[in-house]
Design a protein around this ligand. Structure first.
Ligand code: ATP
Length: 535
């Protein structure tokens, strides 16, 4: 499966477009076209339905430690700036970047790889962007740097293997990826990933605010509001779907790393003693969700973070990762992180920002001996009305990206095969094998030919179905071509009105994957589609 083909189909068929394309595009921003918007809505809907509305369907919840409550929330993108100070994002949410003084290009420090190379009595660390082709690029770049021709390739002497630029202490011997000169890269500098903006007429620092880099914080600061207004007891999960913004230094791989994206997050509040069981439960449950919607076992992994990888507050984190076609063989890209966050967030919003380097439970104190960033001062602990116990809940956070999930479903669905046409001749087709509930269009309605009253009947069927499902009407071209057009958009069912329809009020319903055609009564069509979607 090639990424180029997927990207090209996405554009041609209207799944995804580059944002502001007529002005040359804006890197890291993507628009969803007519099919893409339906697909992404269905992904979010599938998540919401199962995580929130059907959360207590015990048939789908093997291993749930106890019954639990789930509620939804929709918070603002811009919040009080103190939220980001107490969450740690203001101080800690950054990447390191290096600038090339020559080309004015900016790179993430940890995304440049390189190799020490010697030639003509000199030695330099030659770099290239980390990726599949880095070894080749480094070699090409080394030839350029040392002014050597291809035939002199053996004059290059390598000292050691490819390594990350972060391992090189002295950048004065480094050659940036797009320059021939040595020593043009600046020392790494911190770059906060939050987009800044100004609230109100003041454009000075007093009005500074940030676009949220995650939806989670809105949930933490509303924990008490949700608890009190719903009269739930713990364990309680609060779910939110919404836009997040990160000024990523190197957005890439289609929508995988964007600067504006959507997250689907749950913050699950529970008793500290039960938190490990809930952590396990959410890991299994979220993995099962991707499988249920068609991601194959072989392309999905659950990767538990090593101790060194864990965020300072995290007791455990596991990532669900997918073998995207743009990743190197054997590598995976993160779809979702499931983190055991302990009581870090609620405590921070109560008491102030915590010190990352030492004991996470110790407050970072300013010179006056008071916490450097003051928390809200509000009591965000929970008192159990039955046992009387009072505690700060622990939190399990399954945090998924709606765009990354949508991209994974697109990649997984893409398929090329050969099928016989109506004359029995083999025809190659591209088919998007979306799970029917995710498919942007559920059914297409065709009259076999554009005469004999067939279009009228087909149009009436289309109008009736439209009230319940996203459907499409098409009467243009040969029927085989119409089927194939729908296959490309991933439409699971095609309904055809033919000569027999006019006699006995039946139509054929064709299945996208098996190509099987069944004859059903017109007044059963909606029920048959619904039944297949519910399967
Ligand atoms: P990465 O390591 O890939 O930058 P992350 O670990 O920073 O991701 P989280 O902060 O855990 O990501 O965010 C939760 C989810 O939000 C991710 O699993 C991903 O699906 C999504 N996400 C995060 N950053 C982006 C982005 N720049 N573009 C698209 N989706 C993103």
């Amino acid at each position: 499966m090639s990424m180029e083909k997927i990207v090209s189909l996405c554009k041609q068929r209207g799944f995804l477009f580059q944002s502001s394309e007529i002005y040359g595009g804006l890197q890291g921003f993507w628009d969803y076209g007519p099919l893409g918007v339906e697909l992404k809505r269905n992904v979010k809907e599938a998540w919401w339905r199962e995580m929130v509305n059907c959360h207590d369907d015990m048939s789908t919840l093997p291993g749930a430690p106890s019954p639990f409550a789930m509620e939804g929330l929709d918070c603002t993108i811009i919040m009080h700036p103190q939220v980001w100070k107490c969450s740690g994002h203001y101080d800690l949410f950054h990447d390191y970047m290096v600038d090339c003084k020559e080309t004015k290009k900016r790179y993430r420090h940890d995304q440049l790889n390189g190799r020490w190379v010697e030639a003509k009595g000199r030695k330099a660390f030659i770099t290239a962007p980390a990726g599949d082709d880095e070894v080749e690029l480094i070699q090409k770049h080394a030839l350029k740097h040392f002014n050597l021709r291809n035939k002199n390739i053996d004059d290059l002497v390598y000292d050691g293997d490819v390594m990350c630029l972060t391992e090189v202490e002295d950048l004065s011997q480094v050659v940036g990826p797009e320059t021939k000169k040595i020593g043009t890269l600046t020392e790494p500098r911190e770059f906060n990933l939050m987009f800044k903006t100004y609230v109100g007429a003041l454009s000075g620092e007093e009005g500074t605010a940030f676009l949220r880099p995650e939806t989670a914080q809105g949930i933490f600061v509303n924990f008490k509001n949700v608890l009190d207004s719903t009269r739930n007891r713990l364990p309680l999960g609060i779910a939110q779907i919404g836009k997040s913004f990160r000024n990523e230094i190197t957005p890439r791989n289609f929508t995988f790393r964007s600067r504006e994206f959507e997250q689907m997050e749950v913050e699950f509040f529970c008793h500290p003693d039960q938190s490990q069981d809930w952590y396990k439960f959410w890991r299994d449950r979220r993995l099962a969700w991707y499988h249920a919607y068609g991601i194959s076992e072989g392309r999905l992994i659950m990767r538990e973070h090593h101790k060194e990888e864990l965020a300072h507050y995290s007791i455990g984190t596991a990532d669900i990762e997918y073998a995207f076609p743009f990743m190197a063989e054997g590598e995976y890209g993160e779809l979702e992180g499931i983190a055991h966050r302990g009581d870090f967030d609620l405590r921070s919003h109560m008491e102030g920002k915590l010190d990352e380097k030492t004991d996470p439970l110790e407050l970072q104190l300013g010179e006056d001996g008071k916490p450097k960033w003051k928390g809200s001062g509000k009591d965000l602990s929970y008192r159990d009305d039955l046992s009387g116990e009072k505690y700060i809940p622990h939190v399990i956070e399954p945090s998924a990206g709606a765009d990354r999930a949508t991209l994974a479903f697109i990649c997984e669905a893409y398929c090329e095969d050969e099928q016989p046409d109506e004359n029995g001749k083999m025809q190659s087709r591209t088919v998007m094998k979306f799970h029917p509930r995710l498919a942007p269009i559920k059914a297409a309605v065709f009259p076999l030919v554009k005469k004999d009253g067939m279009p009228e009947v087909a149009k009436q069927i289309y109008l009736d179905l439209k009230k319940r499902f996203k459907v499409f009407y098409d009467e243009k071209g040969a029927i085989g071509r119409r089927y194939r057009r729908q296959d490309e958009t991933g439409t699971p069912y095609c309904i055809t009105v033919d000569g027999q329809t006019l006699e006995d009020q039946t139509v054929t319903i064709r299945d996208r994957d098996t190509l099987e055609q069944q004859r059903i009564k017109i007044d059963e069509i909606a029920a048959v589609i619904q039944q297949r979607l519910d399967q």
